[in-house]
Design a binder for this molecule. Structure first.
Ligand code: HEM
Length: 419
């Protein structure tokens, strides 16, 4: 870490341990932009693991910060709801009509019926079939990188790779593939502090993007079913929502956001983790088979989804705290993944952990990530191809992080490849 970052981390630690607990604001997006959220969550895990914030820009909410409490909340969908009509899945979520949402913001049974429509895309057989194309496309991107020159790793590698993967899943026009991450960026750019003009601008660009998706949807709906996600949704009994654009776009956007940002930030996070741990990088280079356990470790270390939110449907108890019906409950995966009661030496980056999949980065329960195997395959393939080509990808400056408490990721990262 550069000197400035070390100083910032020390100051954050002092502040986190001197601020009274009733003034904690762990959802402050600035903590994520500056990567200084760690000591705040550490103190909550130690002193008040299920913590209530009475006032915040998001209203009152509970923070669940320990691994086992997160698993308990995520596993109890009958008590802790994802329903968009009563709040949805993000701390900022409001009340949105159920029919305009996607299955991540629905409870069973509606959730299960819609999830089932796209599940065939994520079976082992389907993922194995995709691997050669993803490998070939990854190789092409990497072969075009300028050796010895600084470039933006986020733009040239992470976004490009995930755009190509999504274009493959959706059978999306390849030359328009950058619309996919753009759609995700626009959605995540929602900011409670934005001016009305900024919000208008965001909405109008979003409209143009969604119009293009709608055209594609209509084309696929009018054609025979094919093996891509748009066609699956357009023909699925539980998802096709004839003639109502509000109803179908939700699932499409879910798959774009879920598949785009998470993998993108894990690819970038992996490079940062390996640059900070050069011994691990050298071991991987010598033995790429270690990627089997290094990939889930990268995902745990990065935790690209910082939180998921639920709303209590009835009075309940978590970790000895009384939760009231209607309360907003935020599961901080980013914190659960650093809980030393569940993960040995959780702040260390260890590429050969005994139980590398012991983490909550993919959630738990009925909403557990559908794209887990696909994401792990993509990360493994990308790293296999990078290790084959370059002795080192060196980070040459500080990452620019997103100002976002939901998706924990990067806007840019200067890097240079060493042949
Ligand atoms: C490292 C990469 C990824 C991470 C860390 C990640 C993480 C997550 C998390 C935390 C959830 C919510 C789980 C819960 O509420 O319990 C989720 C749900 C979901 N993810 Fe992922 N995800 C990743 C990649 C992907 C990819 C590549 C796709 C597909 C293209 C995808 C599709 C989905 C879908 C469809 C859901 C909703 C599942 C449901 O509600 O039943 N994810 N993911």
């Amino acid at each position: 870490m550069a000197d400035g970052s070390v100083r910032l981390a020390q100051e954050a630690r002092e502040r986190a341990y001197s601020t009274p607990l009733d003034q904690f604001q762990v959802a402050d997006a600035e903590l994520f932009r500056t990567d200084t959220h760690w000591p705040w969550f550490e103190r909550l895990r130690r002193e008040d693991p299920v913590h209530h914030t009475a006032e915040s820009p998001y209203g009152p909410y509970w923070s669940v910060t320990r691994y086992h409490d997160i698993v308990a909340v995520d596993g109890a969908h009958q008590v802790f709801s994802s329903d968009s009509e009563i709040g949805g899945i993000t701390i900022a979520g409001g009340n949105e009509p159920r029919e305009r949402t996607s299955f991540i913001s629905l409870d069973p049974p509606a959730h299960d019926a819609q999830r089932k429509v796209v599940a065939p895309m994520f079976t082992s057989a389907s993922i194995n079939a995709m691997e050669p194309l993803i490998r070939e496309r990854a190789g092409r991107i990497l072969d075009e990188l300028p050796v010895g020159e600084t470039f933006d790793f986020v733009d040239k590698v992470a976004i490009e790779l995930t755009s190509q993967m999504l274009a493959t899943l959706f059978d999306f026009p390849f030359e328009e593939r950058r619309l996919l991450p753009r759609c995700s960026d626009l959605l995540l750019a929602f900011d409670v502090n934005a001016t009305p003009e900024q919000e208008m601008q965001r909405q109008s660009e979003m409209f143009v993007t969604l119009t293009r998706f709608t055209e594609l949807w209509n084309q696929r709906a009018a054609s025979a079913p094919s093996n891509d996600l748009i066609s699956m949704l357009a023909h699925g009994d539980a998802t096709r929502h004839d003639n109502d654009p509000y109803r179908y776009i939700g699932n499409l956007v879910l798959l774009i956001v879920a598949g785009s940002d998470t993998t993108r930030h894990s690819i970038t996070g992996g490079l940062i983790a390996l640059n900070r741990n050069p011994d691990a990088y050298a071991r991987l280079r010598a033995n790429p088979e270690l990627l089997v356990s290094a990939v889930p470790e990268i995902i745990r270390w990065q935790s690209p989804v910082a939180h998921m939110r639920r709303t209590a449907l009835e009075d309940a108890e978590i970790g000895g705290k009384k939760i009231r019906k209607g309360d907003k409950v935020v599961m901080w995966y980013v914190s659960g993944n650093r809980d030393e009661d569940a993960i040995p030496d959780p702040d260390a980056f260890v590429i050969d952990r005994e139980r590398p999949r012991q983490h909550v980065a993919f959630g738990f329960g009925v909403h557990r990530c559908l794209g887990q195997r696909l994401a792990e395959m993509q990360l493994r393939v990308v790293w296999e191809e990078m290790l084959k080509r370059f002795s080192f990808i060196e980070i040459t400056g500080e990452p620019e992080r997103m100002r976002n408490n939901f998706v924990k990721g990067y806007l840019s990262l200067p890097a240079r490849v060493v042949a």
